[in-house]
Design a protein around this ligand. Structure first.
Ligand code: C2O
Ligand code: CU
Length: 477
């Protein structure tokens, strides 16, 4: 097929598989599943050439595909990854959301794999690991946003011991990138880094607006991963009823019906779709996540968080004979509700942006001026330990934001339960590993540091902010 020119149109071109929805058939990333309690695999992070819409893109990918393979494991399994760095910059691997040891060859954010080197990761999932949709991506400080924006990410599924019966499951890894006319990754400007870059092209499993088909009455489970470095996704699926089965970690006590759901960068949702006849579009509506206006003495050119237009991600076409009734959803395993538990310690963490190292807000002092991104007034220092917690205790953390932009806070290893939001108690239990802290707002979470001694990090999951210093260290003993 001939390439179609014109902004916003080129993705409708292409070879076979083109259908009413405009896109090609949605593909699933390769699936690697554990057997007899273990999954062993090799992952190489390296430059790759992939097809995106009608063009050849020069990206970075795990094992040559964007996204990388989907890893399916069970609670109690061992996941061993022989990771090789085929990039020109240092890298490493983070298994985002997995409840595994942060020490040694586990989910250790302080490991750095030099170009050409390898590292053997060994992640042991506890027997009671919460099922859910997790993901992996590089985590080498200073390179995280660049490496994600280049294409390095993949999904991890921890199987549910009592799975919901569905006609099919789909993993939907949403990411974004910006390519120039030759298919190379575009340069990122300092204001884009400060704002948090949003790619011009939004992808689902590496595809631009693919289409998927189903029969009416079929139940599907969609595992959506927001792998964008900075983009928030406010998802709607017109004409279909969505039920939220789980957020980042585990299942909800009961599925919740909703018309839209917002994912901050790093968040995942598990959605049940009991399909209804017709064509529907999964759309990401714009999200106001604040701006830097005023921080630099006025509006900044080019600092807006991308487009104000809704973005079509995926078309679902439901046709044919009606499937048999999918039946009720059996209850699944849920996490402990920490709201009634005694709290051993309370602490406050403040996310802030300021000018330069002084942290003073003022006018723009020149085009090269970078802002500081801090937690409790300090930029990241791997040598310093910012928080010390006792293993076996529950803590309550108040996350405050004294800046005019939202910051999605991610804590490694231990899930967070949101207890208050905008001063109000959160009624239904909500377990997350990325909690959005709104501009000039605050959120209170509880964390059960129930196992694993070691050192790890928490940070803003607008990954440009993390690379610019909005990260702290935590030691559990
Ligand atoms: Cu998904 Cu510390 O990151
Ligand atoms: Cu941030």
């Amino acid at each position: 097929a001939a390439a179609v020119g014109g902004a916003g149109l080129w993705w409708t071109s292409g070879g076979g598989g083109e259908a009413l929805g405009g896109g090609r058939e949605l593909v699933q990333p390769e699936v690697l599943s554990s057997r007899d309690g273990a999954l062993d695999l090799a992952l190489e992070a390296a430059p790759a050439r992939v097809r995106i819409g009608a063009r050849t893109a020069h990206v970075q990918a795990f094992n040559g595909s964007l996204p990388g393979p989907t890893l399916r494991v069970r609670p109690g399994d061992t996941l061993r990854v022989a990771m090789t760095n085929g990039l020109e910059a240092p890298t490493n691997l983070h298994v985002h959301g997995l409840h595994v040891s942060p020490e040694d060859n586990g989910d250790n954010p302080f490991v750095s794999i030099a170009p050409g080197d390898s590292f053997d990761y060994d992640f042991s999932l506890p027997d009671d690991h919460p099922p859910g949709t997790y993901w992996y991506h590089p985590h080498r400080h200073g390179h995280v946003a660049d490496q994600l924006a280049a294409g390095l990410y993949g999904a991890i599924v921890v199987e549910d011991p009592d799975p919901v019966p569905v006609a099919r499951e789909r993993v939907l890894v949403v990411s974004d990138l910006t390519l120039d006319d030759s298919g190379n990754l575009a340069e990122v400007s300092p204001p884009q880094r400060m704002m948090g870059r949003e790619g011009e092209t939004v992808l689902v499993n590496g595809q631009v607006r693919p289409r998927a088909g189903a029969a009416p009455g079929e139940r599907e489970l969609w595992r959506v991963v927001n792998a964008c470095p900075a983009r928030y996704l406010r998802l709607t699926l017109d004409g279909q009823t969505l039920r939220l089965l789980g957020r980042d970690v585990g299942r909800l006590p009961e599925p919740v019906e909703l018309t839209e759901v917002t994912l901050a960068p790093g968040n995942r949702v598990e959605l049940l779709v009991d399909t209804r006849e017709g064509a529907s579009t999964l759309t990401a509506a714009p999200v106001d996540r604040g701006s830097m206006d005023g921080m630099m003495g006025g509006a900044m050119p080019g600092d807006g968080p991308g487009t104000d237009e809704p973005i079509e991600l995926l078309t679902l076409e439901v046709t044919g004979d009606r499937a048999a009734d999918a039946g009720p959803v059996p209850p699944g395993p849920v996490l402990r509700d920490l709201r009634e538990e005694p709290v051993a310690a309370r602490r406050t963490l403040d996310f802030a942006m300021g000018m330069g190292m002084g942290g003073m807000m003022g006018g723009m002092r020149g085009p090269g001026q970078m802002m500081s991104f801090t937690i409790d007034g300090r930029p990241f220092d791997a040598e310093r330990t910012d928080q010390r917690v006792r293993v076996g205790t529950v803590e309550e953390w108040t996350l405050t934001n004294s800046s005019p932009m939202d910051h999605p806070m991610h804590l490694h290893v231990w899930p967070m339960q949101v207890v208050t939001e905008a001063g109000r108690e959160v009624a239904a239990p909500r377990w997350l590993d990325v909690v959005n802290v709104p501009a000039f707002g605050e959120v209170t979470v509880r964390v059960a540091f129930d196992d694993f001694a070691g050192r790890t990090v928490y940070h803003c999951h607008i990954l440009d902010h993390e690379d610019l210093g909005m990260m702290g260290t935590l030691e559990a003993r």
